[in-house]
Design a protein around this ligand. Structure first.
Ligand code: NAD
Length: 420
C-alpha cells in the first residue's frame, strides 16, 4: 500500500469512530495526532571501512495510557507516513486489549538483506544509541517488526543497558528467552487469533469443530494459527506463502505442512507433491474459496474492491495488519461477512509483549501455561468489549474496535487533564 494511503486510512477509521462517540474537537485533539515524531540520520561503519548514512524514524503516537509501545521495521520502503499510521494503530491496539501502553513505531530505511551480520548489529545499536533519551521502560518500549528479530532486540537491549550501566531488559520486548524474553511470545499472535475466533464462532452460533479454514501466509502468525487450530477439529483446506497456494478439499495434513516448511527452508515450495494437495494456478484464489473461516496472515491490502465481492468466507480473522482495504470493508460488510479486525485479532503479540515487560520489571518469570492463561483472559474480554460495542451502536466490528479504543483514551485524557 502506498504509505500516504496507510495514514489516510488510519485517519478515516479515527473519524468514523469519533462520529459514533460524538467527540468534540478538543477531545479529538488530545488523541488524534502523534505526540512525538523523531527523524534520525544514522551513520554506520560498513565492513569495507566506508560510512553509510541511514534515514530512520521513531514515532510516539500516544503516551496517555502508558509508555509508547511498538515495533521497529527495517525495510527499504519505510516512509514517515507509514510509521505514523503504524504508531496510531499500536495506540488503538493496546487500548482495545486494555494493556497499559500507548502506541509507537520505528522504522529504518534499509534493505537488511544487503547488510552483513556485523553491519546489521552496528545499525541496530546506533539506532538505539541515537534514541537513548527518548526510549526507556517508562517512556517508549520498542519490539520487533518486519525484518527485525529477537537477535536485533538483544543487541538493542544491550546497547541501552550498557549506556545506563544497568541491566534494563524492560526497555525492549520480543527478546530471546535467554535474554529475559517471555515464554509463549513466538505463538502469541496466533494464540490470540484462535481465542478471538473461538469467541466469534460462539457469538455467531457457529461450530469451530468441522469448520473449513483457509490461511494466507504460513509464517509466524499463519503457521502457528494452523497448528493451534488443528486440535479444535477444523478442516484446513488451503494454505499459501510466497511460493504459491495449496488446496486440498479433504483437508491438509497440518503436521505435514509444518514439517514440510521446516525441511524446505521455511517455505511451502513443492508441497503439492505431498498427498492429494493441488497447487492453485492463481494464489489469490485462496481468498475466494468457499470456506467458513478465512485467515489472512501475510500482507496488507489483499482483499480490495476488486475481489471482496467474491469472498465466500463467513468469518475473516485478520491475523495480518491491514489485509482488507476500506473499500473492501464496505463490500464485505454489506455481504454480512463477520470481521475480527486486525487491531483486535492480532493483538495477542503485543499482549504477551506486555507480559514480557511485566516479568522484566518483577524479575520473576512465568511458565508458558500462565502466559497463555492471562492471554486467554485478555483476548476474550477484548472480543466481548468490541462485540458489545458493535451490537450497541449497530456498527461493524472494525469501527467498534476503534470506538472501544478511543473511548478508553478519551476517559484517560479527561482524567489526566492537560499539563502546563
Ligand atoms: P512472517 O514473515 O513470519 O510470515 C509471512 C508469511 O506470508 C510467509 O509465509 C510469507 O511467505 C507469506 N507471504 C508473503 N507474501 C505472500 C503473498 N503474496 N501471498 C501469500 N503469502 C505471502 O510474518 P508474520 O510475523 O507471520 O506476520 C504476518 C502478518 O501478521 C503481518 O501483517 C504482520 O504485521 C502481522 N502480525 C504479526 C505479528 C507477530 O507477532 N508475528 C503480530 C501482529 C501482526
Amino acid at each position: 500500500m502506498s504509505s500516504s494511503n496507510a495514514y489516510e486510512n488510519a485517519m478515516q477509521q479515527f473519524d468514523a469512530a469519533v462520529k459514533i462517540l460524538g467527540l468534540n474537537s478538543d477531545q479529538q485533539a488530545m488523541i488524534k495526532d502523534p505526540r512525538k515524531v523523531i527523524q534520525l540520520m544514522l551513520p554506520v561503519r560498513m565492513d569495507d571501512g566506508s560510512i553509510k548514512v541511514f534515514q530512520a524514524y521513531r514515532v510516539q503516537h500516544s503516551i496517555a495510557r502508558g509508555p509508547a509501545k511498538g515495533g521497529i521495521r527495517f525495510h527499504q520502503d519505510v516512509t514517515l507516513d507509514e510509521v505514523k499510521a503504524l504508531a496510531f494503530w499500536m495506540t488503538m491496539k493496546c487500548s482495545v486489549v486494555n494493556v497499559p501502553f500507548g502506541g509507537g513505531k520505528g522504522g529504518v530505511i534499509v534493505d537488511p538483506k544487503q547488510l552483513s551480520m556485523n553491519e546489521l548489529e552496528r545499525l541496530s545499536r546506533r539506532y538505539i544509541a541515537d534514541l537513548i533519551e527518548d526510549i526507556g521502560p517508562d517512556r517508549d518500549v520498542p519490539a520487533p517488526d518486519v525484518n527485525t528479530n529477537p537477535q536485533v532486540m538483544a543487541w538493542m537491549m544491550d546497547t541501552y543497558s550498557m549506556h545506563h550501566r544497568q541491566h534494563l531488559p524492560a526497555v525492549i520486548t520480543g527478546k530471546p528467552l535467554e535474554v529475559c524474553g517471555s515464554e509463549g511470545r513466538g505463538a502469541a499472535t496466533a494464540q490470540g487469533v484462535v481465542f478471538t475466533l473461538e469467541e466469534a464462532t460462539k457469538a455467531l452460533n457457529m461450530k469451530l469443530q468441522g469448520a473449513t479454514v483457509a490461511i494466507q501466509g504460513f509464517g509466524n502468525a499463519g503457521s502457528h494459527a494452523a497448528r493451534l487450530l488443528a486440535p479444535k477439529g477444523i478442516k484446513l483446506v488451503a494454505i499459501s506463502d510466497v511460493s504459491g497456494a495449496y488446496y486440498c478439499e479433504s483437508g491438509i495434513d497440518i503436521e505435514g505442512a509444518l514439517s514440510w516448511v521446516k525441511d524446505h527452508k521455511g517455505v511451502l515450495s513443492g508441497f503439492e507433491k505431498s498427498g492429494n494437495v493441488r497447487k492453485l494456478d492463481n494464489p489469490m484464489e485462496l481468498l475466494e474459496l468457499p470456506v467458513d473461516v478465512l485467515i489472512p496472515a501475510a500482507l496488507e491490502n489483499q482483499i480490495t474492491e476488486k475481489n471482496a465481492s467474491r469472498v465466500k468466507a463467513k468469518v475473516i480473522a485478520e491475523a495480518a495488519n491491514g489485509p482488507c482495504t476500506p473499500e473492501a470493508d464496505k463490500i464485505l460488510n454489506e455481504k454480512g461477512v463477520f470481521m475480527i479486525p486486525d487491531i483486535l485479532c492480532n493483538a495477542g503479540g503485543v499482549t504477551v509483549s506486555y507480559f514480557e515487560w511485566v516479568q522484566n520489571r518483577m524479575g520473576f518469570y512465568w511458565p508458558e501455561e500462565q502466559v497463555n492463561r492471562e492471554l486467554d483472559r485478555i483476548m476474550r474480554q477484548a472480543f466481548k468489549d468490541v462485540f458489545s460495542a458493535s451490537q450497541k451502536h449497530r456498527i461493524p466490528m472494525r469501527i467498534a474496535a476503534f470506538v472501544v479504543a478511543i473511548e478508553r483514551l478519551k476517559k484517560t485524557s479527561e482524567l489526566r487533564g492537560l499539563y502546563a
